[in-house]
Design a binder for this molecule. Structure first.
Ligand code: B12
Length: 224
């Protein structure tokens, strides 16, 4: 077990490695964190996702452009690869199946991949369709896998609109399926407008929400 001081130090080092796109360092710090017995979940959410928050600000302020941001993503992934097998969340709770993917036209998959890591570590089966996914694929994958929940991610206002067409297509084939949508441009208003069932602003909240949905589904009760 790492001391709280050590965890704080490792979180700051991971954030720094992501923000300053130190790809090799990010991996090394993640390995050090695992060796020190630091909590991999905290390292991922506070260190990696926390660092990415600063990157987002830099991108939004035109301090960083696409090349720097891509390197930051590379640093995040190199550390996530090391931490992922050590993430432990919500053991013993309900575990379901989800179809997960990023909407057509959108290549932003960092958020989607964090969701995948958190859900898999909680014992869920994730059918990951990747990014830039044609809408028909979501419908087909839900039917093929009989998944409880479909999770749609969009980071751009131009890609989120595809959800409006897709959600009724999924519900028509299987009205019981729950649909969760998320990503920067998504709000509660979007959920209502598009006929989805819920949203969440980050991966841990998405898992909490999915567990509640699953519980309701298994009780045979309507959610939302
Ligand atoms: C990283 C990034 C990139 C990287 C993506 C790398 C990758 N592999 O993902 C690169 C450099 C490739 C990129 C490219 C582009 N980008 Co960009 N990018 C970003 C940036 C800076 C950060 C996004 C991010 O990764 N955040 C960190 C992750 C961890 O957070 P997250 O994605 O929000 O995910 C969390 C939650 O949202 C939630 N969540 C996410 N999905 C889901 C799904 C469900 C179901 C649920 C419940 C929750 C949930 O949980 C996640 C984890 O906690 C944002 C800025 C911003 N403010 O968001 C712009 C941003 C999204 N990009 C933008 C743009 C415009 C582009 C480009 C067009 C730029 C260009 N000139 O080429 C291209 C588009 C390419 C394309 N066709 O998709 C705009 C979109 C604007 C808009 N109105 O739509 C933004 C908002 C920047 C801006 N302010 O202009 N980008």
């Amino acid at each position: 077990m790492a001391t709280p001081e050590k965890e704080k130090e490792l979180i700051a080092a991971l954030q720094d490695a992501v923000i300053h796109y130190k790809v090799a360092d990010a991996k090394k710090i993640a390995e050090e964190a695992v060796k020190a017995g630091a909590d991999a979940y905290t390292m991922t959410m506070e260190g990696l996702a926390g660092g990415m928050e600063t990157v987002s600000e830099k991108f939004d302020n035109h301090e960083y452009f696409v090349p720097e941001t891509l390197l930051c993503a590379k640093a995040l992934y190199s550390a996530l690869d090391v931490l992922k097998p050590h993430i432990k969340t919500a053991e013993g709770q309900a575990k379901g199946q989800v179809v997960l993917g990023v909407m057509q036209g959108d290549v932003h998959d960092l958020g989607k991949n964090l969701i995948k890591a958190i859900f898999e570590s909680a014992g869920w089966t994730v059918h990951d369709l990747g990014r830039d996914v044609p809408i028909q694929k979501f419908v087909e994958e839900q039917l093929r896998t009989d998944s409880d929940i479909v999770m749609l991610s969009a980071m751009m206002t131009t890609s989120m609109v595809g959800m409006k067409k897709l959600i009724p297509m999924i519900k028509e084939k299987n009205p019981k399926v729950q649909i969760m949508i998320g990503g920067a441009p998504i709000s509660e208003k979007t959920v209502e407008e598009y006929g989805a069932d819920s949203t969440a602003d980050n991966a841990p909240n998405a898992l909490r929400e999915a567990m509640e949905m699953l519980e309701q589904l298994r009780k045979g009760m309507p959610t939302g």
